[in-house]
Design a protein around this ligand. Structure first.
Ligand code: HEC
Length: 140
């Protein structure tokens, strides 16, 4: 009985060592995603936070509800990078214009590329009625 317990202990120890070595032989993190630049996207998230886009816009369905969800803005038909840049430059009646630098704009776009690649917005759509109520409607 005692010998068996000792064997089990040695076998598990050996497996633990082999597993540990194999884990540490792997490179820690590799940027294999060519859909967006990871560093730029990380900086772009800070731009997003600095200018508080979240106050009015949602990502993955969460955020403020004055403006539309921007998770997939880059891949939506009729929208995309040019629209984002134009909105930032000119704004609208409801959205302020932002004086972003070229670099900030580029990084923000990369951040939106990363949200576009990692998830999808809430597929439900809402419409403001004349009485100040919100009603849901289906697009598809
Ligand atoms: C004060 C609220 C507010 C803030 C802050 C704000 N937006 Fe907006 N945004 C809006 C509203 C409202 C609209 C819809 C405008 C319209 O249709 O007139 C909009 C529209 C947009 C659109 C076009 C979306 C579409 O589907 O047509 C983009 C892109 C956009 N905003 C990007 C941003 C970014 C990026 C930031 C942060 C730098 C930001 N917005 C900050 C209110 C805001």
């Amino acid at each position: 009985m005692k010998l068996k317990a000792r064997h089990t202990f040695f076998i598990l120890s050996a497996l633990f060592l082999i597993y540990s070595v194999s884990i540490y032989l792997k490179p820690l993190s590799v940027n294999t995603d060519d859909r967006f630049d990871k560093t730029a996207a990380a900086n772009g998230k800070l731009v997003w936070q600095t200018y508080n886009c979240q106050a009015c816009h949602q990502l993955y369905g969460l955020g403020g509800y004055l403006g539309p969800d921007l998770t997939n803005i880059l891949s939506q038909t009729g929208k995309g990078e040019a629209l984002v840049k134009a909105m930032l430059k000119t704004g609208t009646k409801q959205m302020p214009a932002f004086q972003l630098t070229e670099k900030e704009t580029h990084e923000l776009i990369d951040f939106l590329k990363s949200t576009n690649a990692s998830g999808s917005a809430d597929p439900r759509n809402f419409e403001n009625t004349n009485f100040g109520m919100i009603e849901r409607y289906e697009t598809k």
